[in-house]
Design a protein around this ligand. Structure first.
Ligand code: ATP
Length: 496
């Protein structure tokens, strides 16, 4: 079903004005033309198109545009004077609906509809119908292509490529083909077709490597000016020291999240909340989650959602969550969630509504959006958010123990092309007791600078000296760390 059947029903409902809000003008015109043709044998009605630039133009037969009628008021006067049925498609008429003369003319046409069936179709990206015309209007929402239709669109793009490149055939990876059809959901017909063509045309092949670009292009189409960021910079668990329980938990749920055949009976996971000490790898873990699930990572920035106008904040949040739904399958990372939904001074009413909007979405969402929310500050954490059942699991990211400190140190030394054999990792890990991952990394970075200044290769000594000069957060903020640990005990699962 391509939507033309539904549109035909609306046209047949004998409503004088049909309003269509759509960016897909070409597609709508194509549908209207095909409906006109289909109806031709039983009830022939000519179809016209009007634009401010070209005036009125007959669409079912080739005639010169009537530039005389390019003024909005003139075209309405013309239609009002015609004594025969006709379908008049007015494109981008929305600014002229504010003119009382046009409203009156439209009303005249509508009132006489019983005698002469001149039906108007208004197509614009947005149409506000004046109240006096509401009763004469029906709205038609074009359903977005469903999975069967998306498959047809992709097939058409493949056939077009084959036809344009005789002797060559698109190389198709069946799994990528299936994922492409799945990932193009939520887009209009025209955008679906464009992205499908782009995926194929670059190299005449449809492979897994095309999918990230498709998702990026889709994100750009959907999130114009929104609060969601597409995170290009991702990580894998190989970049992380520790967090082994979290990794195992995610790995276990991967088949259910990816709807793999043998996991069809399992409910897909909803999300996790990672609470913990600053700089211990929560953000890294959010990034690595998208790598484990093999889907894009979107970051929701609560700070940009807040708006001084009543109701706007929730609207923006809903819009972002809708975008995430349409981008599914994806990971939605909400960094420092407590800052977004904890009482913001006088704005507690708004934050309550924002929290409500978020929790309702979490509870009702059917899409494959896996939420990774991270938080440092439990004092600002609303109890509703940590109640059982909101997230699948609440993990605590503690300061790393000795073994994990050694692993983190090795990761950061290797990343900076240092041979691990040149260092006594054990003793350095001992010396770094109480350090967070970020502080371990910082010690390596600073030691590299001092070694460079002394014109020496990096050695244990340089790192030790940096360690001695560092007062880690666990010392400076001992009480807060203790408080966080006490809170986490019994409420959360440790990541290691
Ligand atoms: P914050 O709450 O301050 O945002 P965080 O817990 O999200 O902190 P990250 O931003 O993930 O911490 O860590 C900062 C940097 O410290 C990382 O980019 C990484 O280089 C290093 N780091 C922290 N923890 C680890 C770890 N477990 N393994 C490897 N590197 C780590």
């Amino acid at each position: 079903m391509d939507g033309s059947h539904d549109l035909e029903l609306v046209l047949r409902s004998r409503t004088p004005i049909v309003v269509i809000e759509s960016q897909d003008e070409a597609r709508m015109l194509q549908l209207l033309q095909s409906i006109t043709l289909r109806r031709a044998s039983t009830n022939y009605v000519p179809i016209f198109r009007w634009t401010i630039t070209d005036g009125l133009q007959r669409l079912d037969i080739a005639l010169e545009p009537q530039t005389l009628n390019s003024e909005p008021t003139d075209v309405l006067k013309h239609i009002r004077a015609v004594n025969k049925p006709g379908l008049y498609v007015l494109l981008d008429f929305h600014p002229f609906l504010a003119d009382p003369v046009n409203v009156r003319l439209l009303k005249d046409i509508c009132i006489r509809f019983q005698d002469v069936e001149r039906q108007l179709v208004l197509i614009s990206h947005k149409v506000s119908v004046p109240q006096e015309l509401e009763g004469f209007c029906a709205r038609f929402d074009m359903a977005l292509p469903d999975s069967a239709e998306r498959a047809r669109i992709v097939q058409k793009a493949i056939a077009e490529y084959d036809a344009e490149h005789p002797g060559k055939k698109v190389q198709i990876d069946p799994r990528a083909h299936k994922l492409l059809v799945q990932n193009l959901s939520g887009l209009s017909y025209a955008d679906t077709a464009r992205l499908a063509r782009n995926a194929i045309c670059v190299d005449g092949a449809l492979s897994r490597s095309d999918l990230p670009q498709v998702m990026q292009a889709k994100y750009e189409l959907l999130n114009r000016g929104g609060a969601l960021q597409f995170e290009y910079d991702t990580a894998t668990f190989g970049d992380i020291g520790g967090l082994t329980k979290l990794k195992a938990w995610l790995t276990q749920r991967r088949p259910a999240f990816r709807r793999e055949q043998n996991a069809a009976h399992l409910a897909p996971p909803k999300g996790v909340l990672l609470i913990g000490i600053q700089g211990c790898g929560k953000s890294l873990a959010a990034k690595a989650t998208s790598a484990i699930f093999g889907v894009p990572l979107l970051r929701l920035d609560f700070a940009t959602i807040y708006d001084k106008y009543h109701g706007e904040t929730e609207r923006k949040l809903r819009e972002s969550l809708n975008t995430a739904d349409v981008m599914a399958p994806c990971v939605l990372w909400i960094d420092e969630i407590e800052k977004g939904i904890a009482g913001r001074g006088g704005e507690t009413g708004t934050t309550q509504r924002v929290l409500g909007t978020f929790l309702t979405w979490m509870a009702e969402k059917k899409s494959h959006v896996f939420v990774v929310a991270t938080a440092n500050d439990i004092t600002a954490m609303p109890p509703e958010l940590v109640r059982k059942g909101r997230f699948d699991e609440i993990f605590f990211v503690d300061l790393p123990g000795k073994e994990i400190r050694a692993a983190i140190l090795a990761i950061h030394l290797s990343r900076r092309k240092q041979a691990l054999g040149n260092f006594d990792i054990e003793s350095l890990a001992d010396a770094m007791a109480g350090f967070s991952g970020a502080e371990i990394e910082q010690a390596v970075v600073s030691a590299l600078y001092s070694a460079h200044a002394q014109d020496q290769p990096l050695s244990n000594r340089h790192i030790e000296s940096e360690v001695l000069q560092t007062r880690p957060l666990s010392v400076v903020m001992r009480e807060r760390v203790e408080e966080l640990r006490a809170w986490a005990a019994g409420r959360t699962v440790n990541c290691d």
